[in-house]
Design a protein around this ligand. Structure first.
Ligand code: ADP
Length: 627
């Protein structure tokens, strides 16, 4: 039942209207006699229908309705206005104020009131619906504008009768026109690139004649002379007779997409040309590792035409002994998504097998999944053969060195023994020059023995397996000093050193290096007591050791030479040596990827400068370098 607020200042009229409402069971009624009291009642009683007299003591009925709508949220009230006297202007004024129905008091009855209230509710509903629709349309238009702006597209609406074109969004900007430009059919066609214009005119005519959807791509020429690719999609609108009246379309800038497509095509051509001209076999597989492409080198190398290589067919060209291992390695890599690297023998067109190194990496798609594998298979047969030959020759050399050392030292021992016997037994018969000659011969024999030992040591050095890891250079230095205990004591040498860092090296060989260099500093001392300083400095990830002595020094002309085997420079025969120590140091440093050089001044002293890689902060497990 409706909640009716009746506003009338005439008590008789109120009583009458209220009677009609009650008799007709039109609603529950509350009455007020002025605009101000009606406003208070509205907030309290919350009516859904107003029956309001036009003449009120403090304002007229239209003003009250407006006031209620404006300030009391009464726009959802059905409003019936009662007028006491005929007034032609009232219906217009009342409707504008938000009144839905006007009734004359003179012909008020239950029935006329019932119809009036019903009409008021009906019109209120219509008004609310229209307001909702209007709000919905505004929201839609705003959303559409946003989409057009966000998608950076433009739209146009072409009147086929007048040739006028209405446009919006980015249309003008896409065609290089100023914001206030007027577009007509002729202006539109004039903007299209000369080379595309006729085609577009014909296609447009065909769209209209055949009533097809519109989908065109063409270039427009911008004021700066640049061409812009445009894509247009649209459809025809017809009048009631079915005649095409308007063409509505969306326009979009395709330039970047076209440029990206051209770049993609260029890159693809480049890769194909590269793949065609590569001296290695290049292959591509699907994510599961099944081969989908090989470059022409496959056929050139294997002599196999056709596409038997597809899938896992390529395995048939591998040496039977290597097939299983290759397939297992490939399957393991592709199923784990790990890069592949494997060596196998591949059958050449001549029928012979040649060693190949195959590597492949996964190519990831936009969302990080493997989209394909790309790999190469390179002929490494000559390298493998050379390495084999080198390994064999090194083994031969080492065997030879060991043999030679044994066979050479034996006669040297005989010479020394007999010379000693000669000195002992015939001492009385030997004069001073003879004794000198014999001493020189003994000295020569022992030098020869040291050289043979040196060669053997050097040969071992080349083939020793290195355990390269984080090494405490302080420990290596301490071990070296312990081994040099005797010469240090004999010469009363003073050896000082900086805090010693961790380096990447092999512990034993680093000890040998310090031992050789400090040993030389002691050996090649002047008449002063040897003083040797070992310093260590860090530069990026490199450690530089400087071993400085105060000995006899080396002529700068000789500092390069002394690293060659058996090279001794201007040293007296009393200083024992074989000329192998520095050659060994150089070999040790080369195997550790470091560097070694000498700075020296005759009569002042010598500094040997050694650079090695600093050990990483994290502890490292040793990498074993093969011999
Ligand atoms: P060796 O000491 O056995 O002769 P090395 O290979 O260790 O062989 O040294 C080669 C030569 O370089 C030495 O014979 C010597 O002439 C010179 N030499 C090396 N170290 C020093 C040094 N600290 N002071 C002076 N001369 C040196």
């Amino acid at each position: 039942m409706a909640k009716i607020l009746l506003i009338d200042d005439c008590p008789e009229d109120v009583a009458f209207t209220r009677l009609l409402i009650e008799r007709g069971q039109l609603g529950k009624c509350v009455a007020r006699g002025s605009g101000a009291s009606a406003m208070a009642a509205c907030a309290e009683f919350r009516p859904d229908c107003l029956i309001v007299d036009y003449h009120l003591p403090d304002m007229n009925g239209c003003e009250l309705v407006e006031e209620l709508r404006r300030h009391h949220g009464a726009h959802r009230l059905a409003v019936v206005m009662l007028s006491g006297s005929p007034n032609d202007a009232l219906p217009g004024e009342a409707m504008a104020a938000g009144v839905h129905e006007v009734l004359h008091k003179s012909c008020l009855s239950i029935e006329s009131l019932r119809v009036g209230i019903r009409n008021a509710f009906h019109r209120l509903e219509m008004t609310l619906r229209l307001e909702d629709e209007a709000r919905h349309r505004v929201a839609l238009a705003a959303r559409l504008d946003l989409m057009i702006e966000g998608a950076e597209i433009g739209w146009c609406d072409w009147d086929l009768d007048t040739g006028e074109v209405e446009c919006g969004g980015r249309f003008l900007r896409l065609f290089g026109l100023p914001e206030d430009a007027l577009v007509t059919k002729d202006i539109f066609f004039a903007l299209i690139h000369r080379e595309d214009r006729q085609r577009i005119e014909e296609e447009m005519q065909a769209v209209i004649a055949k009533r097809m959807p519109l989908c065109l791509e063409f270039r427009v020429l911008l004021p700066d002379g640049q061409a812009r690719w445009i894509n247009t999609k649209g459809r025809l609108e017809h009048d009631d007779t079915g005649r095409p009246r308007r063409l509505i379309g969306m326009v979009q800038d395709l330039t970047e997409m076209r440029r990206a497509q051209a770049e993609a095509r260029r890159l693809e051509d480049l890769y194909l040309t590269l793949a065609d001209s590569m001296p290695s076999i290049i292959y591509v597989t699907d994510p599961a590792g099944l081969c989908t492409f090989v470059n022409p080198e496959w056929k050139t190398f294997t002599g196999r035409s056709g596409d038997a290589w597809r899938g896992l067919g390529w395995i048939a060209a591998i040496h039977p002994e290597d097939r299983t291992a290759a397939e297992i390695a490939w399957t393991a890599s592709t199923s784990a998504g790990r890069p592949f690297m494997h060596e196998y023998r591949l059958q050449h067109a001549t029928g012979n097998y040649r060693w190949h190194l195959s590597r492949a990496v996964p190519v990831l798609g936009a969302s990080g999944e493997i989209s394909q594998w790309i790999g190469t298979s390179t002929d490494i047969h000559d390298r493998v053969a050379a390495e084999d030959a080198l390994r064999r020759s090194n083994q031969d050399l080492e065997r030879f060195a060991a043999l030679a050392s044994h066979d050479l030292k034996e006669p040297l021992r005989t010479i020394s023994c007999y010379l000693e016997l000669l000195t002992l037994r015939y001492a009385s018969q030997l004069d001073a020059p003879a004794r000198r000659f014999i001493a020189a011969a003994v000295n020569g024999a022992s030098r020869m023995t040291r050289m043979v030992d040196g060669i053997l040591h050097y040969s071992h050095l080349n083939h020793q397996v290195l355990a390269i890891t984080s090494v405490d250079s302080g420990r290596a230095l301490a071990d070296a000093l312990m081994n040099l205990e005797t010469p240090i004591a004999e010469h009363a040498a003073i050896i000082t050193h900086d805090p010693m860092p961790m380096v990447l090296a092999d512990q034993i060989q680093l000890t040998q290096l310090f031992q050789n260099l400090i040993g030389n500093g002691i050996k090649y001392c002047s008449n002063r007591a040897p003083t040797i300083q070992v310093s260590a400095s860090l530069n990026h990830d490199q450690i530089t050791f400087r071993i400085t002595d105060n000995g006899i020094g080396i002529d700068p002309a000789d500092v390069e030479r002394i690293f060659e085997m058996f090279t001794r420079v201007k040293v007296s025969d009393t200083v024992v040596g074989s000329g192998i120590g520095l050659a060994s140091c150089k070999r040790i440093i080369e195997r550790l990827d470091g560097s070694i050089r000498v700075e020296s001044m005759v009569g002042v002293g010598t500094t040997v400068i050694v650079t090695l890689t600093k050990a990483p902060d994290e502890p490292l497990s040793p990498t074993v370098e093969p011999a």
